[in-house]
Design a protein around this ligand. Structure first.
Ligand SMILES: [Fe+2]
Length: 190
């Protein structure tokens, strides 16, 4: 069972993707087994991406989140049976490609060395999709919806973060609108 604790007055379920005591990712097979013993809801936890006090750290984390999201999209497109689902998810992935390009351009302006890969969460997202794949299109789309919860929250937090530059706000607003549109579709697609 996941560990539940309180933060800011609401219950938070601790993610189990990384053993932070040693900084190593859990092997994919172990991750898969953890998912088998947990419900999708139990693995959900609000992301802290977008709340960073330092602008470079925030942009770096947003880039990692986008790479993870893109990896999840890439892992599901071929698994979907319905052609209209594939078409829609491919279009959503293109939104993420644009978002990561914009973030990388901001990173370049800040003189940052931007990552071209995601972080350990990629194991979580792809593991979740692997499990959902057993249930067909609907289960895959519902699993993807939980990833959209993270991107919606991250862009809301980035938009409202006082560490973010005012000139970035219109990009954050646009990305947030895209992610809310993605989430609504994943939540209702049949
Ligand atoms: Fe999305």
């Amino acid at each position: 069972m996941a560990t539940v604790h309180q933060r800011a007055g609401r219950p938070v379920v601790q993610r189990l993707s990384i053993d932070r005591s040693i900084g190593n990712p859990i092997a994919p097979q172990c991750l898969f087994e953890k998912f088998q013993s947990q419900t999708m809801e139990e693995t959900a936890m609000p992301t802290t991406v977008g709340t960073e006090a330092d602008e470079k750290t925030m942009i770096g984390h947003l880039i990692n989140l986008e790479h993870d999201a893109i990896a999840a999209y890439e892992s599901v497109i071929d698994k979907l049976d319905n052609a209209s689902h594939k078409e829609r998810v491919t279009a959503f992935k293109a939104d993420h490609d644009q978002q990561v390009a914009e973030l990388r351009s901001i990173a370049a302006e800040l003189g940052m060395e931007a990552s071209s890969n995601g972080d350990f969460k990629k194991l979580l997202t792809t593991g979740k999709i692997a499990l959902a794949n057993l249930g067909g299109d609907k289960a895959i789309l519902r699993a993807m919806k939980t990833n959209e919860d993270d991107t919606v929250q991250a862009y809301q937090q980035a938009r409202d973060n006082s560490a973010a530059r005012p000139e970035w706000r219109s990009f954050f607003e646009k990305a947030l609108a895209d992610e809310e549109r993605h989430r609504a579709w994943f939540a209702s697609a049949e």
